[in-house]
Design a protein around this ligand. Structure first.
Ligand code: G6P
Length: 611
C-alpha cells in the first residue's frame, strides 16, 4: 500500500514530486524517497520515517535539479522501513530507478536467478529485482519501454510501478497489475501516480490504467500499450472534485474537518436519488428491476469500517425486504467456499474501491456468477469497475486514515439500497418507503446538532484518556456501532478497546471490568431498550464508569449512567447515523488529549492494497 508519483515535464520535478507524495501519504508513511534525473544522472534521496524526514534530508526544494523524476511513500511489506529499504531502488549501474506499490510474489526466485547472473542487491525488497530485470533487458539492446515490458512479463504478483532511466531523459514508464495507477495529462507535462490527488494542482484529466498496461509519459505525450507494446485505448477520466476538498480548511486535523463535513456528505449522498413522492430512483445502478426481483439471498462483503456499515445494513435489508443477508469480512469470504449462484446479490462496500481483499471477494463472486453491487466513494476505482452495478457515496476525498464521513455516507447509501430492494420487490408500501426517506432527509440536521455538542464529549474524553481498557456495548444496530466506536478508539488513540453485543458480555469480557473501567453503551430508544438497561446495570454493579449514548428526553438512562452523551431521537434503524457522532468525537478527543497524531496513526494506511 504505497503511493507512487512520476513526473515528466518542463518544470523542476522535485517540488512537484514532494507535493504529490504529501497527497499520497494516506497510502503509507513508513519511509519516502525520490529519484530525479539531475545533470544526466539518476540521483536518489530516501529516508525512513514520514515525508518530513525526506524533506529534511533534501534540505531545499532545489536539492535535486531536473525535469523528470519519480517519488514514493512506503508502507512496508518486504523488509523493515529503513533508509536502505526505502524506494526508489536502483540496478547495479545506478542508471535505472524503480518505485513500486505491491508485492512481487516470485521475487525470491527472481533474486536468486539475478544474483546467479551477477547482479548485486542493495536492499531486502522485492522491488529491487525489477530494476535489475530492466537493467538486464537494456543490456540486451532493448529500448527503455520495451525493457520495462520485458521485465514485467517475468513478474508474478501485484504491482503499480514507475521507472526512470538515465539513458532516456524526460521519460517515465509506468505499469500496473491489480493495483491502481493513473496518468495525468497536463500542458507540456505529464504524470503517473497511484491516485489523481497526486497531481490535481496541475491537471484534472487523464487515464486510469487497466491491468498489464504500460504508460510511457514524456512532456508531450502519454502512450498506453499492452505488455507486447501494442497501443491500447485507455480509460479516460476527468476528476470532478477540487483540491480544496483535500485541504484542512482551518481545522486542526483532517479528521475533525471530515467529521464536520458529514451533514453535507450525507445530504449529497441522498440527493437526486428519490422523486418528490419519496420513491427511490436508482437507475444509475446499472442493474434492472427484474434482476433485483430474482435475488433470493444477499451477501455483504467489506473490510474495516466499511464492514461495520455492512453490519448495520444487514438489519435494514432483512427488516425491509425479508431477504436473508449474510455479512462477511472480505478476506474470509472467498476462502471458505460460500454458497453463491446467479440469484445471489453480493454487495461490496469500500471507500477506496481498491482494498485488495474486497476486490478479491468481488472477483470471486463474479466467477461464481453472482451479481455484484458496489457501494464506493472513489469514482472509477477497480472495485466499482469490476462490479455489475455501483452506487457512489458522495463524501468527497477523505484524507484522515480513520474513516468518518465515508462511513456515514456508506450507511446512507446502504439504507437507499435496502429501501430500493424493498420498493422493487414490493415488500414495503410506497408511503412506507417515502416515510423512511423523509426521516433520512432529517438526518443531516441531527448530525449537525451532535457535532455542536463536541465540547461535552471532550470533557468526558479528557476524564478517561488514561484508561487502558475500554468496552463498547450495543444491541441490534447499536452493536455494529459499538464495534465501530471501539475500532475508532483503537486506531487513533492506541488504547485497547473491544466492541461487544451487550448481552454477550456475560460470556467473558465482563471479567475485564474493574473499578472505573469506561464502558460506552450505545443506547438509543429501541425494542431492546429495557434489555440494554439491564446490561448497563450488570456492568455498573461491577464498578464500570458508564458513558451512555442516549436520546434527548430519555430520563431513565441518567439514573444508571455516569455520563450521558445525547443524540436527537431518530428512527431505530437509522439511529446509527446519529450515534456515530459522539463515538467519533470521543475517540478524537481521547487521541488529542493523549497527544496522538490523529490523521496518520502508526502502522495503518488508508488504502490496504495487499492481502
Ligand atoms: C483501512 C482503513 C479503514 C477502512 C478499511 C477498508 O483499514 O484504514 O479506514 O475502513 O481499510 O477500506 P475501504 O477503502 O475498502 O473502505
Amino acid at each position: 500500500m504505497c503511493g507512487i508519483v512520476g513526473y515528466a515535464g518542463n518544470q523542476q520535478a522535485l517540488p512537484i514530486l514532494l507535493e504529490g507524495l504529501r497527497r499520497l501519504e494516506y497510502r503509507g508513511y513508513d519511509s519516502a524517497g525520490v529519484a530525479v534525473l539531475d545533470g544526466g544522472e539518476v540521483q536518489v534521496v530516501r529516508r525512513a520515517g514520514k515525508l518530513e524526514a525526506l524533506e529534511q534530508a533534501l534540505g531545499s526544494d532545489t536539492a535535486l535539479n531536473g525535469v523528470s523524476g519519480i517519488g514514493h511513500t512506503r508502507w512496508a511489506t518486504h523488509g523493515q522501513p529503513t533508509d536502505r529499504n526505502a524506494h526508489p531502488h536502483l540496478d547495479c549501474s545506478g542508471r535505472v530507478a524503480v518505485i513500486h506499490n505491491g508485492i512481487i510474489e516470485n521475487f525470491y526466485t527472481l533474486r536468486q536467478q539475478l544474483e546467479a547472473d551477477g547482479h548485486r542487491f542493495a536492499s531486502q525488497t522485492d522491488t529491487e529485482c525489477v530494476a535489475h530485470l530492466v537493467e538486464g533487458a537494456l543490456a540486451e539492446g532493448l529500448g527503455f519501454a520495451d525493457a520495462v515490458r520485458k521485465a514485467l512479463k517475468r513478474l508474478e504478483g501485484s504491482f503499480a510501478l514507475a521507472v526512470l532511466h538515465q539513458g532516456d531523459p524526460g521519460v517515465v514508464v509506468g505499469a500496473k497489475r491489480d493495483l491502481p495507477l493513473v496518468a495525468g495529462r497536463g500542458e507540456g507535462e505529464n504524470f503517473v501516480a497511484s491516485d489523481f490527488a497526486a497531481f490535481l494542482d496541475h491537471t484534472k484529466d487523464g487515464v486510469i490504467l487497466e491491468d498489464d498496461q504500460v504508460v510511457v509519459a514524456t512532456p508531450e505525450r502519454l502512450d498506453v500499450t499492452d505488455l507486447d507494446g501494442d497501443p491500447v485505448e485507455a480509460y479516460e477520466h476527468h476528476v470532478d472534485w477540487d483540491l480544496s476538498a483535500a485541504e484542512k480548511g482551518g481545522y486542526e486535523h483532517f479528521m475533525l474537518k471530515e467529521m464536520h463535513e458529514q451533514p453535507l456528505a450525507i445530504k449529497q449522498t441522498l440527493e437526486g436519488r428519490t422523486d418528490p413522492q419519496g420513491r427511490l430512483l436508482l437507475d444509475e445502478l446499472r442493474m434492472s428491476e427484474d434482476e433485483l426481483r430474482e435475488v433470493d439471498k444477499v451477501f455483504v462483503v467489506a473490510c474495516g469500517t466499511a464492514y461495520h456499515s455492512g453490519l448495520v445494513a444487514k438489519y435494514a435489508i432483512e427488516h425491509w425486504t425479508r431477504l436473508p443477508v449474510e455479512i462477511e469480512i472480505a478476506s474470509e469470504f472467498r476462502y471458505r467456499d460460500p454458497v453463491l449462484d446467479r440469484n445471489t446479490l453480493v454487495i461490496a462496500i469500500s471507500q477506496s474501491g481498491e482494498t485488495a481483499d474486497t476486490l478479491g471477494a468481488v472477483r470471486y463472486a463474479r466467477r461464481q456468477r453472482a451479481r455484484v453491487l458496489t457501494v464506493c466513494n472513489t469514482v472509477g476505482a477497480s472495485i466499482p469497475r469490476e462490479s455489475d452495478a455501483v452506487l457512489y457515496t458522495r463524501a468527497g476525498p477523505e484524507v484522515c486514515v480513520a474513516a468518518t464521513k465515508t462511513f456515514a455516507t456508506q450507511l446512507a447509501a446502504m439504507y437507499l439500497v435496502a429501501l430500493y430492494l424493498a420498493q422493487v420487490r414490493g415488500t414495503m408500501f410506497t408511503d412506507e418507503v417515502a416515510s423512511v426517506v423523509r426521516e433520512l432527509e432529517q438526518v443531516p440536521g441531527k448530525v449537525e446538532l451532535c457535532l455542536e455538542r463536541s465540547d461535552q464529549v471532550r470533557k468526558v474524553a479528557e476524564q478517561y484518556k488514561d484508561a487502558h481498557d475500554w468496552l463498547f456495548l450495543g444491541r441490534h444496530v447499536g452493536y455494529p456501532m459499538a464495534l465501530e466506536g471501539a475500532l475508532k478508539l483503537k486506531e487513533i488513540s492506541y488504547l485497547h478497546a473491544e466492541g461487544y453485543p451487550a448481552a454477550e458480555l456475560k460470556h467473558g469480557p465482563i471479567a475485564l471490568i474493574e473499578d472505573g473501567t469506561p464502558v460506552v453503551v450505545v443506547h438509543p430508544s429501541s425494542h431492546v431498550y429495557a434489555k440494554m438497561l439491564t446490561n448497563i446495570q450488570e456492568v455498573a454493579a461491577r464498578g464500570a464508569a458508564i458513558i451512555a449514548i442516549a436520546e434527548d428526553g430519555d430520563r431513565e438512562v441518567a439514573a444508571h449512567a455516569t455520563h450521558v452523551l445525547r443524540v436527537p431521537p431518530t428512527a431505530q434503524l437509522l439511529a446509527p447515523l446519529v450515534c456515530l457522532i459522539p463515538l467519533q468525537l470521543l475517540s478524537y478527543h481521547v487521541a488529542v488529549a493523549r497527544g496522538c497524531p490523529i490523521d496518520k496513526p502508526r502502522n495503518l494506511a488508508k488504502s490496504v492494497t495487499v492481502e
